[in-house]
Design a protein around this ligand. Sequence first.
Ligand SMILES: *Cc1c(COP(=O)(O)O)cnc(C)c1O
Length: 348
Amino acid sequence: MENEVIDLRSDTLTLPTPEMRSVMNDAVLGDDVYNEDPTVNKLEEKVAAMFGMEAALFCPTGTMTNQLAIKVHTKPGDEVICDQLSHVYLYEGGGIAMNAFSSVRPLAGDYGKLSAALVKDAINNPNDIHQPVTKLVVLENTTNKGGGSIYNFDEIKKIKKICTDHGLILHLDGARLFNALTETSETPKEYGEVFDSISICLSKGLGCPVGSVLIGSLEFIKQARRARKAMGGGWRQAGGLAAAGIYALDHHVSLLKNDHLRAKKVGNLLLAYTEIIRLYPVETNIVIGELPEDREAVSFVAGMKEKNILCSPFGKNLVRFVTHLDFTDSHLDILESRLKLYNTGRTS
Ligand SMILES: *Cc1c(COP(=O)(O)O)cnc(C)c1O
């Protein structure tokens, strides 16, 4: 217990459960580039049906599903509107420029969330040849850099209206969409009605070792499948990973609420026992804490590590803790007892 590492750096760190490993092992396989992996096909059909959309494409990462969507939806020189904190802009290695040759308009939203008003004001005049052609709006729900913040669905519908009025395409980076759905009354189908394409991650809170799914129209997925091949992402007997995805969708979505409860408790412990002075609102499984101006995140993280607590620096004086499937109530107890003894502010 004493040496047990409490790892809250990310929800990608989970290991497959014995049950998940067992379905992975038993999966029926085939060559997915030939569309002949029955388990991959089953996952893609399941996810498309869940969102009420025509088709889906199973990919190794959420970066790939987002990048494929941006590439298929735009042509070089077009402009993509997103929040300045968004994953597609900050954390995909400049992929929008590298893969789609698109221009980006990052906007200052609210905890990573755009509003209809912000989007509307950022649309370029299509008749002015100086300006890039605004083509695509990307939303992220929940927001990673915004601390797991959830969109109000009415605002999403307003953004959709702006997009429809201006002929813009709407993509959702739903890496943690199921976290949002856990806390709200919307269904995946309602999201499928509003967005032209959606990316979901199986490898975050749902606990799969690998995998994201891109969802959209038949024609869009056909083009994304072609673009994926060109990126080197055409994979072969991927059914074991797809089996993990099917298992996670059937068994792990309902567990996300536990991650959210634990995140709230983690937040309260951090406020009570550490130098963290303020938290971003804890709405789902991400806790972002703000340190005093003169306290650097990297040194806070190093101090935590000495207590066998792992978290991530998330800005100069911001730190991130993420709860996940492998962080249980007994880990929460260990965390509490360690934080009670924690006083990195003091020199001893
Ligand atoms: C994790 C994440 C992704 C995808 O990341 P990969 O590591 O490429 O799977 C996309 N968007 C958000 C908001 C994420 O947190």
